[in-house]
Design a binder for this molecule. Sequence first.
Ligand SMILES: Cc1cc2nc3c(=O)[nH]c(=O)nc-3n(C[C@H](O)[C@H](O)[C@H](O)COP(=O)(O)OP(=O)(O)OC[C@H]3O[C@@H](n4cnc5c(N)ncnc54)[C@H](O)[C@@H]3O)c2cc1C
Length: 448
Amino acid sequence: MSQNEFDVLIIGAGISGAALFYELARYTDIKNIALIEKYNAPATLNSKGTSNSQTIHCGDIETNYTFEKAKKVKRTADMIIKYGKLQNAENKFMFSHQKMALAVGDSECEYMKTRYEEFKELYPYIKFFDKTKIKEIEPRVALDENFSNDRPENIAGMGIEAGEVFTTVDYGKMSESLVEQGQKQGKNTLVAFNQEVNFIEKKDGGFYIRTTDYKEYHAKALVVNAGAHSLFLAHKLGVGLDKCCWPVAGSFYLTKQKLLNGKVYMVQNPKLPFAALHGDPDLLADMNTRFGPTALVLPKLERYHGLKSMPEFFSTLKIDRLFMKIAFDIMKDSMVRNYLLYNYLYEIPIFNRYLFVKNAKKIVPSLKPSDIYYADGFGGVRPQVIDRTKGEIMLGEASITDVEGVIFNMTPSPGATSCLGNAERDCKIVCKYLGQKFDEDKFTSELL
Ligand SMILES: Cc1cc2nc3c(=O)[nH]c(=O)nc-3n(C[C@H](O)[C@H](O)[C@H](O)COP(=O)(O)OP(=O)(O)OC[C@H]3O[C@@H](n4cnc5c(N)ncnc54)[C@H](O)[C@@H]3O)c2cc1C
Protein backbone atom coordinates (compact mmCIF):
# COMPACT_ATOMS: atom_id res chain seq x y z
CA MET A 1 0.00 0.00 0.00
CA SER A 2 1.36 3.44 -0.85
CA GLN A 3 1.81 6.16 1.73
CA ASN A 4 -1.59 7.75 1.10
CA GLU A 5 -3.63 4.58 0.70
CA PHE A 6 -5.64 3.25 3.64
CA ASP A 7 -8.14 0.53 4.43
CA VAL A 8 -10.26 3.03 6.37
CA LEU A 9 -10.08 6.82 6.41
CA ILE A 10 -11.98 8.84 9.02
CA ILE A 11 -12.76 12.51 8.44
CA GLY A 12 -13.02 14.56 11.66
CA ALA A 13 -11.14 14.13 14.94
CA GLY A 14 -13.89 15.14 17.36
CA ILE A 15 -14.92 12.56 19.96
CA SER A 16 -16.80 10.49 17.32
CA GLY A 17 -13.85 10.24 14.91
CA ALA A 18 -11.38 9.69 17.77
CA ALA A 19 -13.50 6.87 19.26
CA LEU A 20 -13.79 5.12 15.89
CA PHE A 21 -10.05 5.50 15.25
CA TYR A 22 -9.34 3.87 18.63
CA GLU A 23 -11.80 1.00 18.19
CA LEU A 24 -10.68 0.20 14.62
CA ALA A 25 -7.07 0.10 15.80
CA ARG A 26 -7.75 -1.92 18.97
CA TYR A 27 -10.61 -4.27 18.19
CA THR A 28 -10.30 -5.09 14.47
CA ASP A 29 -7.64 -6.65 12.28
CA ILE A 30 -7.73 -3.69 9.90
CA LYS A 31 -4.14 -2.58 9.40
CA ASN A 32 -4.09 0.83 7.71
CA ILE A 33 -6.17 3.57 9.33
CA ALA A 34 -6.12 7.33 8.77
CA LEU A 35 -7.73 10.15 10.74
CA ILE A 36 -7.88 13.50 8.93
CA GLU A 37 -8.78 16.70 10.82
CA LYS A 38 -9.07 20.23 9.48
CA TYR A 39 -7.95 22.05 12.64
CA ASN A 40 -4.65 21.74 14.47
CA ALA A 41 -5.71 19.32 17.24
CA PRO A 42 -8.43 16.80 18.12
CA ALA A 43 -11.75 18.12 19.46
CA THR A 44 -11.51 21.86 18.96
CA LEU A 45 -15.23 22.17 18.08
CA ASN A 46 -18.24 20.55 19.77
CA SER A 47 -16.28 17.88 21.62
CA LYS A 48 -14.09 20.44 23.40
CA GLY A 49 -14.70 20.61 27.16
CA THR A 50 -16.00 24.17 27.00
CA SER A 51 -18.39 23.49 24.10
CA ASN A 52 -20.70 20.96 25.75
CA SER A 53 -22.08 20.27 29.22
CA GLN A 54 -19.44 17.62 30.09
CA THR A 55 -22.21 15.25 31.14
CA ILE A 56 -22.26 11.48 30.81
CA HIS A 57 -25.88 11.33 29.67
CA CYS A 58 -26.84 7.92 30.97
CA GLY A 59 -30.57 8.68 31.13
CA ASP A 60 -31.14 8.78 34.89
CA ILE A 61 -31.65 12.54 35.23
CA GLU A 62 -32.54 13.38 31.62
CA THR A 63 -36.32 13.69 31.79
CA ASN A 64 -36.46 14.14 28.01
CA TYR A 65 -35.49 10.45 27.59
CA THR A 66 -38.06 7.69 27.49
CA PHE A 67 -37.29 4.43 29.30
CA GLU A 68 -36.29 2.85 25.96
CA LYS A 69 -33.94 5.70 25.05
CA ALA A 70 -32.48 5.70 28.57
CA LYS A 71 -31.71 1.97 28.26
CA LYS A 72 -29.96 2.59 24.97
CA VAL A 73 -27.82 5.50 26.17
CA LYS A 74 -27.00 3.75 29.44
CA ARG A 75 -25.16 1.02 27.52
CA THR A 76 -22.94 3.56 25.73
CA ALA A 77 -22.57 5.73 28.85
CA ASP A 78 -21.25 2.67 30.72
CA MET A 79 -18.70 2.22 27.92
CA ILE A 80 -17.35 5.73 28.55
CA ILE A 81 -16.79 4.80 32.21
CA LYS A 82 -15.13 1.50 31.27
CA TYR A 83 -12.79 3.32 28.87
CA GLY A 84 -12.02 5.96 31.51
CA LYS A 85 -11.16 3.27 34.07
CA LEU A 86 -9.01 1.42 31.53
CA GLN A 87 -7.00 4.63 31.06
CA ASN A 88 -6.90 5.50 34.79
CA ALA A 89 -8.75 8.68 33.91
CA GLU A 90 -10.48 9.09 37.28
CA ASN A 91 -10.08 12.74 38.30
CA LYS A 92 -8.06 13.37 35.11
CA PHE A 93 -10.79 13.54 32.48
CA MET A 94 -13.56 11.58 34.25
CA PHE A 95 -15.20 12.75 37.47
CA SER A 96 -17.91 11.78 39.92
CA HIS A 97 -20.22 14.62 40.92
CA GLN A 98 -23.53 14.86 42.66
CA LYS A 99 -26.44 15.06 40.21
CA MET A 100 -30.21 15.34 40.21
CA ALA A 101 -33.26 15.92 38.09
CA LEU A 102 -35.21 18.67 39.85
CA ALA A 103 -39.00 18.97 40.02
CA VAL A 104 -40.55 22.31 40.99
CA GLY A 105 -44.24 22.57 41.90
CA ASP A 106 -46.81 19.91 42.71
CA SER A 107 -47.37 18.49 39.24
CA GLU A 108 -43.64 18.15 38.47
CA CYS A 109 -43.09 16.56 41.91
CA GLU A 110 -45.85 14.06 41.17
CA TYR A 111 -44.24 13.34 37.79
CA MET A 112 -40.82 12.88 39.42
CA LYS A 113 -42.17 10.35 41.90
CA THR A 114 -43.68 8.29 39.04
CA ARG A 115 -40.50 8.57 36.98
CA TYR A 116 -38.39 7.47 39.95
CA GLU A 117 -40.53 4.36 40.43
CA GLU A 118 -40.24 3.51 36.74
CA PHE A 119 -36.50 4.18 36.34
CA LYS A 120 -35.07 2.78 39.60
CA GLU A 121 -35.03 -0.70 38.04
CA LEU A 122 -32.60 0.55 35.38
CA TYR A 123 -30.54 2.66 37.82
CA PRO A 124 -30.47 0.75 41.14
CA TYR A 125 -28.28 3.45 42.74
CA ILE A 126 -30.78 6.26 42.11
CA LYS A 127 -32.38 7.97 45.14
CA PHE A 128 -35.48 10.06 45.56
CA PHE A 129 -34.74 13.43 47.17
CA ASP A 130 -37.38 15.31 49.18
CA LYS A 131 -37.16 18.98 50.09
CA THR A 132 -35.21 18.30 53.31
CA LYS A 133 -32.62 16.20 51.49
CA ILE A 134 -32.27 18.76 48.69
CA LYS A 135 -31.74 21.47 51.34
CA GLU A 136 -28.92 19.39 52.81
CA ILE A 137 -27.09 18.61 49.55
CA GLU A 138 -28.00 21.58 47.33
CA PRO A 139 -29.02 24.43 49.68
CA ARG A 140 -29.28 27.12 47.00
CA VAL A 141 -31.90 25.06 45.20
CA ALA A 142 -34.05 24.64 48.33
CA LEU A 143 -33.85 28.19 49.71
CA ASP A 144 -35.87 31.22 48.60
CA GLU A 145 -34.92 34.44 46.78
CA ASN A 146 -33.29 35.85 49.92
CA PHE A 147 -31.38 32.65 50.59
CA SER A 148 -32.90 32.49 54.07
CA ASN A 149 -36.19 30.55 54.21
CA ASP A 150 -37.37 27.50 52.28
CA ARG A 151 -38.58 28.35 48.77
CA PRO A 152 -42.40 28.39 48.70
CA GLU A 153 -42.97 25.73 46.03
CA ASN A 154 -42.85 22.02 46.63
CA ILE A 155 -39.61 20.54 45.23
CA ALA A 156 -38.34 16.98 44.74
CA GLY A 157 -35.59 15.28 42.83
CA MET A 158 -34.03 12.02 41.78
CA GLY A 159 -30.30 11.57 41.61
CA ILE A 160 -27.16 10.54 43.44
CA GLU A 161 -24.64 12.10 45.77
CA ALA A 162 -20.99 12.72 44.87
CA GLY A 163 -18.60 9.78 44.68
CA GLU A 164 -21.23 7.18 43.79
CA VAL A 165 -21.04 7.03 39.98
CA PHE A 166 -19.07 8.82 37.29
CA THR A 167 -21.07 11.71 35.90
CA THR A 168 -18.72 14.09 34.14
CA VAL A 169 -16.14 13.93 31.36
CA ASP A 170 -13.89 16.44 29.67
CA TYR A 171 -14.66 15.06 26.20
CA GLY A 172 -11.84 17.15 24.69
CA LYS A 173 -9.26 15.39 26.85
CA MET A 174 -10.94 12.05 26.24
CA SER A 175 -10.67 12.62 22.45
CA GLU A 176 -6.94 13.28 22.86
CA SER A 177 -6.61 10.06 24.86
CA LEU A 178 -8.49 8.02 22.23
CA VAL A 179 -6.27 9.34 19.41
CA GLU A 180 -3.11 8.69 21.43
CA GLN A 181 -4.20 5.17 22.39
CA GLY A 182 -5.28 4.41 18.81
CA GLN A 183 -1.76 5.18 17.65
CA LYS A 184 -0.32 2.69 20.15
CA GLN A 185 -2.07 -0.46 18.86
CA GLY A 186 0.65 -1.59 16.47
CA LYS A 187 -1.24 -0.60 13.32
CA ASN A 188 -0.15 1.58 10.41
CA THR A 189 -1.93 4.79 11.40
CA LEU A 190 -1.88 8.34 10.14
CA VAL A 191 -3.25 11.25 12.17
CA ALA A 192 -3.14 14.39 10.03
CA PHE A 193 -4.13 17.84 11.31
CA ASN A 194 -4.72 21.09 9.40
CA GLN A 195 -6.19 19.17 6.48
CA GLU A 196 -9.68 20.10 5.39
CA VAL A 197 -11.33 17.56 3.10
CA ASN A 198 -13.30 19.28 0.36
CA PHE A 199 -13.66 16.57 -2.25
CA ILE A 200 -14.78 12.94 -2.07
CA GLU A 201 -15.33 10.65 -5.02
CA LYS A 202 -16.15 6.94 -5.31
CA LYS A 203 -13.44 5.62 -7.56
CA ASP A 204 -11.81 2.29 -8.50
CA GLY A 205 -13.84 0.33 -5.93
CA GLY A 206 -12.82 2.71 -3.13
CA PHE A 207 -12.79 6.41 -2.34
CA TYR A 208 -10.63 9.28 -3.53
CA ILE A 209 -10.33 12.08 -0.96
CA ARG A 210 -8.77 15.51 -1.54
CA THR A 211 -8.06 18.35 0.87
CA THR A 212 -8.14 22.11 0.29
CA ASP A 213 -4.33 22.11 -0.04
CA TYR A 214 -4.51 19.33 -2.66
CA LYS A 215 -3.32 16.42 -0.51
CA GLU A 216 -4.78 13.22 -1.94
CA TYR A 217 -5.80 10.01 -0.19
CA HIS A 218 -7.32 6.73 -1.28
CA ALA A 219 -9.32 4.53 1.07
CA LYS A 220 -11.27 1.31 0.71
CA ALA A 221 -13.81 2.54 3.28
CA LEU A 222 -14.63 6.01 4.53
CA VAL A 223 -16.36 7.29 7.67
CA VAL A 224 -17.24 10.98 7.90
CA ASN A 225 -17.55 12.20 11.50
CA ALA A 226 -17.37 15.89 10.66
CA GLY A 227 -20.23 17.21 12.80
CA ALA A 228 -22.58 19.45 10.81
CA HIS A 229 -20.12 19.24 7.91
CA SER A 230 -20.87 15.52 7.48
CA LEU A 231 -24.09 16.31 5.66
CA PHE A 232 -22.34 19.02 3.63
CA LEU A 233 -19.82 16.42 2.42
CA ALA A 234 -22.56 13.80 1.87
CA HIS A 235 -24.44 16.22 -0.39
CA LYS A 236 -21.23 16.77 -2.36
CA LEU A 237 -21.11 13.02 -3.01
CA GLY A 238 -24.77 13.17 -4.03
CA VAL A 239 -26.16 11.27 -1.02
CA GLY A 240 -28.38 12.29 1.89
CA LEU A 241 -30.27 14.69 -0.37
CA ASP A 242 -33.49 13.82 1.49
CA LYS A 243 -31.98 15.47 4.57
CA CYS A 244 -30.96 18.99 5.47
CA CYS A 245 -29.18 20.35 8.51
CA TRP A 246 -30.52 23.08 10.76
CA PRO A 247 -27.70 23.71 13.24
CA VAL A 248 -28.80 24.99 16.64
CA ALA A 249 -26.08 26.63 18.70
CA GLY A 250 -26.02 26.53 22.49
CA SER A 251 -24.46 29.21 24.70
CA PHE A 252 -23.82 29.20 28.43
CA TYR A 253 -23.66 31.55 31.42
CA LEU A 254 -21.07 31.13 34.15
CA THR A 255 -21.40 32.13 37.77
CA LYS A 256 -18.65 34.04 39.54
CA GLN A 257 -18.55 31.44 42.29
CA LYS A 258 -19.55 27.86 42.89
CA LEU A 259 -23.31 28.01 43.47
CA LEU A 260 -24.24 24.37 42.97
CA ASN A 261 -22.53 21.32 44.41
CA GLY A 262 -23.45 19.17 41.46
CA LYS A 263 -25.45 18.87 38.27
CA VAL A 264 -29.07 20.03 38.48
CA TYR A 265 -31.30 19.28 35.48
CA MET A 266 -34.82 20.65 35.15
CA VAL A 267 -37.89 18.73 34.04
CA GLN A 268 -38.18 18.78 30.27
CA ASN A 269 -40.98 20.57 28.49
CA PRO A 270 -42.11 17.69 26.21
CA LYS A 271 -42.94 20.11 23.38
CA LEU A 272 -39.39 21.40 23.09
CA PRO A 273 -36.80 19.43 21.11
CA PHE A 274 -33.80 20.58 23.19
CA ALA A 275 -32.78 19.66 26.73
CA ALA A 276 -34.15 21.97 29.40
CA LEU A 277 -31.78 24.44 31.07
CA HIS A 278 -29.44 22.92 33.62
CA GLY A 279 -26.66 23.92 36.00
CA ASP A 280 -23.35 22.03 36.05
CA PRO A 281 -20.07 22.44 37.93
CA ASP A 282 -17.61 23.36 35.16
CA LEU A 283 -14.38 21.34 35.08
CA LEU A 284 -12.69 24.11 33.11
CA ALA A 285 -13.91 27.10 35.16
CA ASP A 286 -12.77 26.21 38.69
CA MET A 287 -15.95 24.16 39.21
CA ASN A 288 -18.04 27.35 39.17
CA THR A 289 -21.58 26.71 38.00
CA ARG A 290 -22.31 26.83 34.28
CA PHE A 291 -25.96 27.37 33.33
CA GLY A 292 -27.32 26.57 29.88
CA PRO A 293 -27.35 25.71 27.10
CA THR A 294 -29.50 28.11 25.17
CA ALA A 295 -30.88 27.18 21.74
CA LEU A 296 -29.95 29.58 18.99
CA VAL A 297 -30.43 29.04 15.26
CA LEU A 298 -27.29 30.54 13.67
CA PRO A 299 -26.54 30.71 9.94
CA LYS A 300 -23.32 28.70 10.19
CA LEU A 301 -22.17 25.13 10.76
CA GLU A 302 -19.59 25.86 13.44
CA ARG A 303 -18.93 28.53 16.04
CA TYR A 304 -15.93 30.72 16.75
CA HIS A 305 -14.55 30.67 13.21
CA GLY A 306 -16.26 33.82 11.94
CA LEU A 307 -18.57 33.43 8.98
CA LYS A 308 -16.38 30.84 7.27
CA SER A 309 -19.05 28.13 7.39
CA MET A 310 -21.95 30.38 6.32
CA PRO A 311 -21.96 29.34 2.62
CA GLU A 312 -21.81 25.71 3.75
CA PHE A 313 -24.76 26.35 6.09
CA PHE A 314 -26.93 27.59 3.20
CA SER A 315 -25.78 24.77 0.95
CA THR A 316 -26.66 22.15 3.61
CA LEU A 317 -29.98 23.79 4.53
CA LYS A 318 -31.32 23.42 0.95
CA ILE A 319 -33.81 26.27 1.12
CA ASP A 320 -36.68 25.51 -1.22
CA ARG A 321 -40.48 25.35 -0.99
CA LEU A 322 -40.35 22.03 0.87
CA PHE A 323 -37.92 23.41 3.45
CA MET A 324 -40.04 26.56 3.88
CA LYS A 325 -43.09 24.39 4.54
CA ILE A 326 -41.20 22.29 7.13
CA ALA A 327 -39.82 25.42 8.83
CA PHE A 328 -43.30 26.96 8.85
CA ASP A 329 -44.79 23.82 10.40
CA ILE A 330 -42.12 23.79 13.14
CA MET A 331 -42.57 27.50 13.88
CA LYS A 332 -46.38 27.25 13.81
CA ASP A 333 -46.35 26.04 17.40
CA SER A 334 -46.32 29.21 19.49
CA MET A 335 -44.39 27.53 22.30
CA VAL A 336 -41.55 26.44 19.99
CA ARG A 337 -41.61 29.85 18.24
CA ASN A 338 -41.47 31.83 21.47
CA TYR A 339 -38.77 29.55 22.85
CA LEU A 340 -36.53 30.05 19.80
CA LEU A 341 -37.14 33.81 19.68
CA TYR A 342 -36.54 34.16 23.43
CA ASN A 343 -33.22 32.41 22.99
CA TYR A 344 -32.01 35.16 20.62
CA LEU A 345 -32.58 37.66 23.42
CA TYR A 346 -30.15 35.67 25.60
CA GLU A 347 -27.37 36.87 23.26
CA ILE A 348 -28.02 40.62 23.68
CA PRO A 349 -25.41 42.07 26.07
CA ILE A 350 -26.54 43.30 29.54
CA PHE A 351 -30.24 42.72 28.80
CA ASN A 352 -29.51 38.99 28.35
CA ARG A 353 -28.41 38.42 31.94
CA TYR A 354 -31.70 39.75 33.33
CA LEU A 355 -33.74 37.52 31.04
CA PHE A 356 -31.60 34.46 31.56
CA VAL A 357 -31.71 34.79 35.34
CA LYS A 358 -35.51 34.81 35.23
CA ASN A 359 -35.36 31.30 33.78
CA ALA A 360 -32.42 30.00 35.84
CA LYS A 361 -34.12 31.10 39.08
CA LYS A 362 -36.21 27.97 38.80
CA ILE A 363 -33.01 26.15 39.79
CA VAL A 364 -31.49 28.76 42.15
CA PRO A 365 -34.19 31.19 43.39
CA SER A 366 -31.60 33.57 44.91
CA LEU A 367 -29.70 33.96 41.60
CA LYS A 368 -29.14 37.60 40.59
CA PRO A 369 -28.00 39.09 37.25
CA SER A 370 -24.80 40.25 38.95
CA ASP A 371 -23.99 36.60 39.85
CA ILE A 372 -23.61 35.50 36.23
CA TYR A 373 -21.83 36.47 33.04
CA TYR A 374 -22.09 35.35 29.42
CA ALA A 375 -19.53 32.57 28.94
CA ASP A 376 -17.65 33.94 25.96
CA GLY A 377 -16.14 31.22 23.78
CA PHE A 378 -18.19 28.47 25.47
CA GLY A 379 -20.87 26.46 23.67
CA GLY A 380 -21.18 24.66 20.39
CA VAL A 381 -23.56 23.72 17.62
CA ARG A 382 -26.01 20.82 17.56
CA PRO A 383 -26.23 19.53 13.97
CA GLN A 384 -29.99 18.98 14.05
CA VAL A 385 -30.99 17.00 10.96
CA ILE A 386 -34.34 17.47 9.22
CA ASP A 387 -35.88 14.58 7.31
CA ARG A 388 -37.28 16.33 4.23
CA THR A 389 -39.40 13.31 3.27
CA LYS A 390 -41.13 13.08 6.64
CA GLY A 391 -41.03 16.85 7.16
CA GLU A 392 -39.72 16.60 10.72
CA ILE A 393 -36.66 17.19 12.89
CA MET A 394 -34.78 13.94 13.52
CA LEU A 395 -34.21 14.04 17.25
CA GLY A 396 -30.89 12.47 18.11
CA GLU A 397 -28.28 11.12 15.77
CA ALA A 398 -28.45 10.51 12.04
CA SER A 399 -26.30 8.32 9.80
CA ILE A 400 -26.30 8.09 6.04
CA THR A 401 -25.26 4.70 4.68
CA ASP A 402 -26.84 4.88 1.21
CA VAL A 403 -23.56 4.16 -0.60
CA GLU A 404 -21.71 0.99 0.39
CA GLY A 405 -18.35 1.64 2.01
CA VAL A 406 -19.06 5.13 3.29
CA ILE A 407 -20.86 6.34 6.43
CA PHE A 408 -21.75 9.96 7.20
CA ASN A 409 -22.60 10.65 10.87
CA MET A 410 -24.30 13.68 12.40
CA THR A 411 -24.26 13.55 16.20
CA PRO A 412 -26.12 16.14 18.27
CA SER A 413 -26.44 15.56 22.04
CA PRO A 414 -25.81 13.03 23.57
CA GLY A 415 -23.28 12.34 20.82
CA ALA A 416 -20.25 12.53 23.11
CA THR A 417 -21.74 9.97 25.51
CA SER A 418 -22.63 7.72 22.56
CA CYS A 419 -19.22 7.90 20.86
CA LEU A 420 -17.98 4.42 21.80
CA GLY A 421 -21.31 2.79 20.97
CA ASN A 422 -21.50 4.57 17.61
CA ALA A 423 -17.90 3.55 16.91
CA GLU A 424 -18.76 -0.09 17.73
CA ARG A 425 -21.64 0.04 15.22
CA ASP A 426 -19.42 1.61 12.51
CA CYS A 427 -16.51 -0.78 13.19
CA LYS A 428 -18.86 -3.71 12.54
CA ILE A 429 -20.23 -2.16 9.33
CA VAL A 430 -16.72 -1.41 8.05
CA CYS A 431 -15.40 -4.88 8.99
CA LYS A 432 -18.29 -6.55 7.18
CA TYR A 433 -17.70 -4.40 4.11
CA LEU A 434 -13.94 -5.09 4.05
CA GLY A 435 -14.23 -8.75 5.08
CA GLN A 436 -12.19 -8.09 8.23
CA LYS A 437 -12.73 -9.25 11.84
CA PHE A 438 -14.10 -7.39 14.84
CA ASP A 439 -12.76 -8.92 18.07
CA GLU A 440 -16.07 -9.21 19.92
CA ASP A 441 -14.54 -10.99 22.93
CA LYS A 442 -11.86 -8.39 23.54
CA PHE A 443 -14.37 -5.58 23.03
CA THR A 444 -16.88 -7.16 25.41
CA SER A 445 -14.32 -7.84 28.10
CA GLU A 446 -12.96 -4.28 27.98
CA LEU A 447 -15.90 -2.01 27.20
CA LEU A 448 -19.12 -3.85 28.05
C1 LIG B 1 -24.30 23.10 23.89
C2 LIG B 1 -24.04 21.63 23.79
C3 LIG B 1 -24.02 20.84 24.93
C4 LIG B 1 -23.77 19.47 24.81
N1 LIG B 1 -23.66 18.72 25.95
C5 LIG B 1 -23.37 17.40 25.86
C6 LIG B 1 -23.16 16.63 27.03
O1 LIG B 1 -23.19 17.14 28.13
N2 LIG B 1 -22.93 15.30 26.87
C7 LIG B 1 -22.89 14.70 25.64
O2 LIG B 1 -22.71 13.49 25.58
N3 LIG B 1 -23.04 15.43 24.51
C8 LIG B 1 -23.26 16.76 24.59
N4 LIG B 1 -23.37 17.52 23.47
C9 LIG B 1 -23.20 16.86 22.16
C10 LIG B 1 -21.73 16.60 21.87
O3 LIG B 1 -20.95 17.72 22.17
C11 LIG B 1 -21.58 16.22 20.42
O4 LIG B 1 -22.54 15.23 20.10
C12 LIG B 1 -20.20 15.67 20.11
O5 LIG B 1 -19.19 16.53 20.55
C13 LIG B 1 -20.08 15.44 18.60
O6 LIG B 1 -18.80 14.97 18.33
P1 LIG B 1 -18.33 14.78 16.85
O7 LIG B 1 -16.97 14.23 16.89
O8 LIG B 1 -19.36 14.01 16.11
O9 LIG B 1 -18.37 16.24 16.22
P2 LIG B 1 -17.36 17.46 16.48
O10 LIG B 1 -16.89 17.50 17.87
O11 LIG B 1 -18.08 18.65 15.95
O12 LIG B 1 -16.13 17.10 15.58
C14 LIG B 1 -16.19 17.15 14.17
C15 LIG B 1 -14.75 17.28 13.69
O13 LIG B 1 -14.74 17.21 12.27
C16 LIG B 1 -13.81 18.18 11.80
N5 LIG B 1 -14.16 18.49 10.42
C17 LIG B 1 -15.28 19.10 9.97
N6 LIG B 1 -15.24 19.22 8.63
C18 LIG B 1 -14.08 18.68 8.23
C19 LIG B 1 -13.46 18.53 6.95
N7 LIG B 1 -14.05 18.94 5.85
N8 LIG B 1 -12.23 17.95 6.90
C20 LIG B 1 -11.61 17.51 8.03
N9 LIG B 1 -12.14 17.65 9.26
C21 LIG B 1 -13.37 18.21 9.36
C22 LIG B 1 -14.00 19.35 12.75
O14 LIG B 1 -12.92 20.25 12.72
C23 LIG B 1 -14.15 18.63 14.07
O15 LIG B 1 -12.93 18.42 14.72
C24 LIG B 1 -23.59 18.89 23.54
C25 LIG B 1 -23.60 19.70 22.40
C26 LIG B 1 -23.80 21.05 22.51
C27 LIG B 1 -23.76 21.89 21.28
